[in-house]
Design a protein around this ligand. Structure first.
Ligand code: BGC
Length: 470
């Protein structure tokens, strides 16, 4: 009898364990292809597929040291006396793209790309609260005109991690009453550029900004406050919805395509059958990926970090606030439970992957998974960023080849991917990591500003030219 009870109990526990594993894993199961059996030259792209490159104002333009949140951050020191930026780098003149954009547009032209995604600098356009600098606005009109004259379509991002110091001093996205400033700024930029720009990205990677500025303390204002992080996340999403609705109500607004840019980080458990590893991964994925995806599908915002914060609310209109979704995809993180929840939430590299110069492993299947998952929102997908930090340039060609193979496979499998923007045209200022991380298709000598095409970039040119010749 005892033996029978023991067997039944064992079976019940095994079934519950199995069901738990299945539930935690079913949202986005691990995918691993056998690359030795794949011919990556077999890629097919639709004839109207958009090939592009991307950048962001603070990382390339120069001239932000005294005017925006990140310029301020670069001058701060951490509690241990260390600089907030690796090697004490400062964005300074960056790639001097503000002055050298005509040369950079020529570089784009020689890659044969169709589109350039760039961000406008809120701090240059609106240096003081309520004061617009018309020359700065005019600058972006000229950039758009120069692009169009070369047959390159501009795509504009309104917020890419940075904003004016006065907005930071007001508490930035920590406060709901501040959102109107971002909406007003977006309206002014839209009206100045509306005859030239059709595609708009409202906010770049709200989750990354929230995480780095309010949890990991790597971005300004360098806080570690889960309650504030949840509030900022909610406000960023509200800001996106408000900007979408505002632009749609303006002249020609109905002809625009507006999207949010979502960074998808693929997350997996180290132990395939270890329920605790899956549990940790599930919570990390919830706040990084699912919170945004679920909101955009259902209007429901649900931010939950066990024992730290729970914030649930409805953001009406969120599920109708996209003409496309921008997907930024870089890498793959793994989780391993070691008995301590806090420590186990620190992601690690997935074993066996070729590493890039950052703590990102190469995992092309991840972009396929990200496309599949984000497609559930039900709008067209544009890959607004994907690229590799590779100073030696010995992995770039393989990266581009395999990631674009995965994109082409997703298209073949029926996912509606409309374009791909490589990050980035040139090496640039990689935020808290400074100038060491080289993502560019062109190498930049930051002493002379000389740009040089990298060997690995030839793969991108080859793929674009082949796709266009079919
Ligand atoms: C950001 C870029 C950044 C890139 C590489 C993305 O999350 O949008 O600004 O340079 O990642 O780390």
């Amino acid at each position: 009898m005892k033996k029978k009870i023991f067997i039944i109990l064992f079976l019940v526990i095994a079934i519950l364990y199995g069901l738990g594993l299945w539930k935690l894993n079913s949202r986005d199961p691990l995918l691993q292809w056998d690359w030795s059996k794949i011919d990556t030259s077999q890629k097919k792209f639709p004839s109207d597929f958009v090939w592009g490159v991307a950048s962001a104002a603070h990382q390339v333009e120069g001239g932000h040291q005294d005017i925006n949140n990140f310029g301020w951050w670069e001058k701060q020191t951490k509690e241990d006396g260390q600089s907030t930026i690796k090697n004490n780098d400062k964005s300074g003149n960056a790639c001097d793209h503000w002055n050298r954009y005509p040369e950079d547009i020529e570089l784009m032209k020689s890659l044969n790309v169709d589109s350039y995604r760039f961000s406008v600098s809120w701090s240059k356009i609106m240096p003081k609260q309520g004061v617009y600098d018309t020359l700065a606005l005019q600058h972006y009109v000229q950039v758009a005109d120069s692009l169009l004259s070369k047959g390159i379509t501009p795509m504009v991002t309104l917020h890419h991690f940075t904003h004016p110091l006065w907005f930071q001093d007001l508490g930035a996205f920590e406060k709901k009453e501040n959102l109107k400033h971002f909406v007003n700024f977006s309206e002014v930029v839209y009206l100045a550029l509306k005859d030239r720009v059709k595609q708009w990205c409202t906010i770049n990677e709200p989750g990354v900004y929230m995480f780095d500025a309010y949890l990991s303390g790597m971005f300004p204002p360098g806080k570690d406050d889960p309650v504030l992080a949840a509030q900022v996340m909610e406000n960023l999403m509200k800001a996106h919805v408000q900007v979408y609705q505002k632009i749609k109500s303006l002249p020609k607004g109905d002809q625009t395509e507006i999207g949010l840019v979502k960074n998808m980080m693929q997350m997996d458990a180290i132990g395939k059958y270890n329920i605790m590893d899956h549990f940790i991964k599930y919570f990390a994925d919830n706040n990084y990926n699912e919170v945004v995806l679920n909101l955009l599908k259902t209007d429901e915002f649900d931010f939950y970090m066990p024992t730290m914060v729970e914030r649930k609310t409805t953001i009406t209109g969120a599920s109708k606030s996209l003409d496309f979704i921008g997907l930024n995809y870089y890498s793959h993180y793994a989780f391993n439970f070691n008995g301590n929840i806090d420590e186990s939430l620190e992601p690690i590299a997935y074993p066996g992957e070729v590493m890039t110069d950052m703590d990102y492993g190469m995992y092309p299947e991840g972009i396929y998974r990200a496309i599949k998952r984000i497609s559930q929102i039900g709008v067209p997908i544009i890959i607004t960023e994907n690229g590799i930090a590779d100073d030696k340039d010995d992995r770039r060609a393989d990266f581009i080849d395999k990631y674009l193979y995965a994109v082409s496979k997703a298209i073949e499998d029926g996912y509606d991917v409309r374009g791909y923007y490589y990050w980035s045209l040139t090496d640039n200022f990689e935020w808290n990591l400074g100038y060491g991380e080289r993502f560019g298709l062109y190498h930049v000598d930051f002493n002379t500003q000389k740009r040089t095409l990298k060997e690995g970039t030839k793969k991108y040119i080859e793929i674009i030219n082949k796709a266009k010749s079919l």
